[in-house]
Design a protein around this ligand. Sequence first.
Ligand SMILES: Cc1cc2nc3c(=O)[nH]c(=O)nc-3n(C[C@H](O)[C@H](O)[C@H](O)COP(=O)(O)OP(=O)(O)OC[C@H]3O[C@@H](n4cnc5c(N)ncnc54)[C@H](O)[C@@H]3O)c2cc1C
Ligand code: FES
Length: 281
Amino acid sequence: MTEPARNPYLPALARIDQVFDETYDIKTFRMVFEDEALREGFTYESGQFAEVSVFGHGEATFDISSSPSQRGFIEFTIKKVGKVTTALHELGPGSQVGIRGPYGHGWPLASWEGKDLVFVGGGVGLPPLRTCFNEVLAPENRARFGAVTIIYGARSPQDLVYTREFEQYRQAERTVLHLTVDKGDESWTGREGFVPQLLDEVAPSPDNAVALTVGPPIMIKFVLQGLSKLGFADEQIFTNLENRMKCGIGKCGRCNVAGKFVCVDGPVFSLAQLKQLPTDY
Ligand SMILES: Cc1cc2nc3c(=O)[nH]c(=O)nc-3n(C[C@H](O)[C@H](O)[C@H](O)COP(=O)(O)OP(=O)(O)OC[C@H]3O[C@@H](n4cnc5c(N)ncnc54)[C@H](O)[C@@H]3O)c2cc1C
Ligand code: FES
């Protein structure tokens, strides 16, 4: 007799293990599956997402922000914007949540071996990039990739996420971290200005390189212009789409864009792929 198919909407139970306060409205949640086999065996690609449920409040979609090279836990970096995210922000270590996933296509890292990687992120756009650069920078993977350039900015110094990890990126081999904030304060000795301006200044070479960018739409618009001015072809530029989702598995049609389901065909797309969609992306 064949086993009944597992209900794909049934989340696996997990517990919050640690909470990192990133900014006044963003927290990173480290979660561990309750089932030991799942905890040790859970794998994913950087760039994939999951559905996280807070019992009694609902379910929402989040990029996995930890790296697949880190085992035993997964992390999500979550901005408080509404019902589910506010409920999540109320939870602390030991609280039980549900997780479905991983879903979607991640960054096509295997096809980038030997290339230089340029990450351009703004605000809470960094989680889907952090999963990728942490995987690339993991000791077992570092030799497979060229130079890593991280260009990151936020509105103010208080809006920067993962500040506790910056020193590690500064020390990493063949890696440069460039930061900016729209407006600094008395504590800020770094650069002021928008991310696209910093990209123009850093001017990474497109030779044997790919660029990944995630951030607010206005930033993406100018970053894409900047990258193409630097000579990056559409096939060398990648981003992820965060269309509102419900099922995450290609069933409900909520994330449909011109015949594509972002949850299964994405969320990662090259600019060349996006330009084939008859919508304004
Ligand atoms: C593939 C994907 C990856 C994502 N990754 C992350 C992540 O890593 N971290 C993170 O903080 N958020 C992420 N999001 C957004 C996150 O799913 C929403 O913020 C969350 O669903 C809001 O749930 P809520 O119940 O708290 O808000 P609701 O009460 O449902 O809504 C509150 C407000 O937020 C708006 N909103 C909700 N979802 C979206 C959305 N997808 N895009 C724009 N506005 C929205 C609503 O219109 C409303 O104004 C991702 C979304 C997708 C589709
Ligand atoms: S979220 Fe249901 S089809 Fe994509």
